[in-house]
Design a protein around this ligand. Sequence first.
Ligand SMILES: [Mg+2]
Length: 374
Amino acid sequence: MALRASGPSSPVASTRCIERSNGFPGATGPRLRAGSSTKPLKEFALIAALSRRFGRTGRSVLRGIGDDAAIVRPSPGYLLLLTTDLLAEGIHFDLATATFEDIGYKAAAANLSDIAAMGGTPQHLLVSLAIPTGYAASDILRLYRGVMTACRPHGVELIGGDTSASQRGLFISITLTGLVPPKEVLTRDGAKVGDLLYVTGTLGDSRAGLHLLTAKGQAQPYARHLIDRHLHPTPRITAGRLLASHGLATAAIDLSDGLSGDLAHLCTLSGVGAEIHSDTLPLSRACRAYAIASRTDPIRLALAGGEDYELLFTVPPRSRARLERLGARLGCAVSCIGTIRPKAFGLRLRNEKGSWRRLAITSYQHFQERPISL
Ligand SMILES: [Mg+2]
């Protein structure tokens, strides 16, 4: 599937809609998944079911699922945001620890979080799947149900996608569009020396939840919250829009790789350094309890955890009071965790005793066997 933007003056997402692809697993394939529906996967029936259940769209969509491409009416005066994520079974998710709904929800949430980090309003969604032989239609419908559970609260409409067979493993590619007024767009490259570093929500929960899903301890009272935070992260759409529309943030990024790695991305693009104060990193009570029980350093979870899908953003000191006045309207807590410093300062962590060390940048890197540590 290709997604083409024809330029700022004509932001039309041109795509193949959900349509037949060669080699789609048919009725004769073996069924692999225990617990799947007894109905085998038939592509045309699947597309009809998807269109019926999830394909209803509003006035901005002139043509949705079913044609060769979706047709979307451009919104005058807005910039079009485009983001896409590819999730591969065994790399990003494991069907032993997550349901189809969970996987669909998280795939959509990751894209929604990218739109949030740009200050945008999410709008249209395209979902492409490569499906191994043996899946049932009900499995795929459950995956879409998870996708739409994440998207519906934000008014996002499914307008197309593609399907293919896969020789090994399930692949999900989600493309999401969003809108933002030109003067409100948030990027990673605007942080200035002296800006305050803020983060939404709490950090480290997702990694702790992942550990709990794959190890012992799921019966602990803190486990449910952490596992839920791992499987069902909350994209900070409301916070991102408010930061953008009030002109509060000079730069923003969403935390997918982990605070240290994503801070490094923001600082590199802004040409600055930063200091982080470990005693200000927001940790949930559940994360603290998990850290004690598992003898894990909660600061390390917060810095290197990944997949929290919170927003990291920079605010000039003069805007601090205006940010804090937004309060509950943001939909989440915000915490000041440090300050932007000159590039030569690098990235440093100050611990609760006041001593400094260089911030180890530890985050997941594809194509590497181990996380990098600089
Ligand atoms: Mg991102």
